[in-house]
Design a protein around this ligand. Structure first.
Ligand SMILES: [Zn+2]
Length: 254
């Protein structure tokens, strides 16, 4: 099957796919979807690599849930050891939604900086989580002079995303929840078109809030974005696919 879409951020190793993971991957495959699976807890890391080894259209990205910042050391060494098998580092980042305590936020930020350093060292793109911390996450990335950055489900101001995509060459993925989110619609308009990606973040951020999301839905993000931008969907699909291949250079080698 020819690749039509790349779901740049999904969680196939989530327990929500425990009972039907194979069916979920098979359904996405038959819709022409490639997947970058992001594993963010230590128990998922190896499984993510195993999926990538088993399915040619599944690619592995390994990171750490920002709330698990105390496990940074083991994550850094695991990723370093397995970096040849990854297409990206992440997701990693900041989560100010759950973390309110100032001192804890500092520790989380220190962890984020170390992952930024690791991604540069192993020469891989970085998938960034920035819940309720969009401005701060960008500032940290700029301070660290981070390159090859992918911000997923960015919930910060659209103007910040515009600057990051236009002046800093950062990429942003629009999730399937764009169909029900005014903020994501604004975001889609603000991002420089050559820095636009799509994602499902499945099992979450689906077109319907209470329903489990799957990578097969990624076309919904593309089509809604095309509508918002007043673009031909097929034309936008090709642009987004090219953008993805430009950022994720290891997909070009496979
Ligand atoms: Zn995610």
């Amino acid at each position: 099957m020819k690749t039509l879409y790349i779901d740049t951020h999904c969680h196939l190793t989530s327990t929500e796919f425990q009972s039907d993971r194979l069916e979920v991957i098979t359904a996405a495959t038959s819709s022409g979807v490639e997947m970058i699976c992001s594993a963010i807890t230590p128990s998922e890391w190896q499984e993510c690599l195993d999926l990538a080894a088993e399915f040619p259209n599944v690619h592995a990205s390994v990171g750490l849930d920002p709330m698990l910042y105390q496990e940074t050391e083991s994550a850094l060494s695991w990723i370093h050891m397995n970096s040849e098998k990854l297409v990206a580092v992440g997701e990693v980042g900041l989560d100010h939604y759950y973390l309110r305590d100032h001192a804890a936020r500092e520790l989380q930020e220190e962890s984020f900086r170390r992952f930024i350093g690791l991604a540069a060292q192993v020469d891989l793109p970085l998938q960034v989580h920035s819940r309720s911390a969009g401005r701060r996450a960008l500032q940290v990335l700029y301070d660290c002079d981070a390159k090859a950055v992918h911000l997923h489900a960015f919930d910060g101001k659209a103007s910040l995303a515009r600057t990051a995509s236009e002046d800093h060459d950062y990429y942003f993925s629009i999730p399937t929840s764009i169909v029900r989110s005014q903020q994501k619609k604004k975001l889609a308009k603000a991002i420089h078109i050559e820095h636009l990606l799509i994602e499902t973040d499945s099992p979450v951020l689906g077109p319907e809030k209470s329903k489990r999301n799957t990578p097969s839905n990624v076309n919904v993000a593309l089509e809604e974005t095309a509508t918002i931008l007043g673009r031909n969907p097929e034309e936008l699909r090709e642009i987004v696919l090219e953008n993805t291949m430009r950022l994720y250079s290891r997909l070009r080698q496979g």
